[in-house]
Write a protein that binds this ligand. Structure first.
Ligand code: HEC
Ligand code: HEC
Length: 286
């Protein structure tokens, strides 16, 4: 793991003067995570071309109580949404009179490990789809139902339910399909582009200042392997594009729409940055 010298920290401090927000760096915890007896890979060797040597799950940066809540599925409040997702899976909706289960049967079998490989190239639309948009595709084309509105509770619950079927499975994208590489390139550009009144990029915080504290938050690598995540401060699930928008808003920049090409490209790139980490959905955050 790269460590950050005091000098690098000082430079970062100057960069965010006005926010007066960060304090000294601290290492992520040296602990292992098991959920329901399934070991999670929370540290993995970074893929080639990655700025870090090791990719680290956000779990390693959270406080003891938050980590413990995620460890126990009976304690994890995000599991309620996963159960709601299971109900939606079996509910008939739309003009075709079908539920998800009508075609996909038992999600524990048909959706096993599927979420670990999203976003995935979709030849029909010539774009990558994340799990949310893949659900919408089935609703519209296979059920005669409407696409969900962004962040509708059903969308978050069903996405969490599908991702949870990959619990423990390492994240890995297929960048060889279609134009995935172009979307990766575009996402990378966004990741390193400084914007907003604070003139910050994703990399300013999640790469340059990783390990430092911003207010009470221990800055992680900004990995996506736990999404949708349960957050205590809002008392519900937070979708990935909502989190992206929140981070961009914090730099006081204009933030793009959820599921816009810009945020989809960012999802492709940031997901790749977590290659090898286990899916932890629903992860627990403060
Ligand atoms: C009428 C049948 C039908 C219904 C109903 C249906 N789907 Fe699908 N679904 C499909 C087909 C066909 C595919 C494409 C299979 C493939 O690409 O391997 C698919 C693909 C998917 C995939 C991608 C799987 C992968 O391996 O990438 C997901 C996720 C999915 N469906 C979720 C759902 C959800 C959630 C619902 C309910 C809201 C649903 N589907 C309803 C037929 C259906
Ligand atoms: C001003 C600093 C800052 C910037 C810039 C920033 N973030 Fe964040 N981000 C945070 C903080 C603070 C958190 C909460 C603590 C943590 O998980 O690191 C966070 C959390 C996240 C998380 C959730 C991680 C988890 O494990 O739950 C993701 C994903 C994320 N950021 C992605 C991004 C992306 C993508 C960008 C660029 C569009 C970005 N962030 C820009 C400060 C920032």
């Amino acid at each position: 793991m790269k460590r950050y010298s005091l000098m690098a920290g000082a430079a970062f401090c100057l960069a965010v003067t006005g926010m007066a927000i960060w304090t000294a760096a601290a290492d992520p915890v040296d602990e292992t995570l098991e959920i329901d007896g399934v070991p999670m890979t929370t540290r993995a060797p970074a893929p080639e071309g990655h700025p870090f040597d090791e990719v680290l799950s956000g779990w390693l940066f959270r406080e003891a109580e938050t980590r413990a809540t995620q460890e126990d599925t009976f304690e994890n409040p995000g599991m309620i949404a996963v159960e709601e997702g299971a109900e939606i899976w079996n509910t008939v909706e739309g003009s075709a009179g079908k539920s998800c289960a009508s075609c996909h049967d038992d999600a524990a079998v048909s959706m096993k490990d599927v979420g670990a490989h999203y976003p995935k190239w979709d030849a029909d639309s010539g774009k990558p789809l994340n799990v949310e948009l893949r659900i919408d595709k089935c609703r519209v084309e296979n059920m005669g139902a409407e696409a969900y509105k962004f962040d509708q509770p059903e969308q978050k619950a069903l996405t969490a339910f599908i991702k949870h079927q990959s619990l423990g499975t390492p994240v890995e994208l297929d960048l060889s399909e279609g134009d995935m590489q172009t979307w990766w390139d575009r996402g990378k550009e966004t990741y390193y582009t400084r914007t907003g009144q604070l003139n910050m990029a994703c990399a300013t915080c999640h790469e340059g200042a990783m390990g430092h504290y911003i207010r009470a938050d221990h800055l992680s690598q900004g990995q996506v392997n736990g999404f949708p995540t349960y957050r205590f401060n809002t008392g519900g699930l937070v979708s990935l594009h909502n989190r992206f928008r929140g981070c961009i808003r914090d730099t006081r920049a204009e933030f793009p729409a959820a599921f816009s090409d810009e945020l989809m490209a960012l999802e492709v790139y940031v997901t790749w940055r977590g290659t090898g980490l286990s899916v932890e959905t629903p992860a627990v955050r403060q």
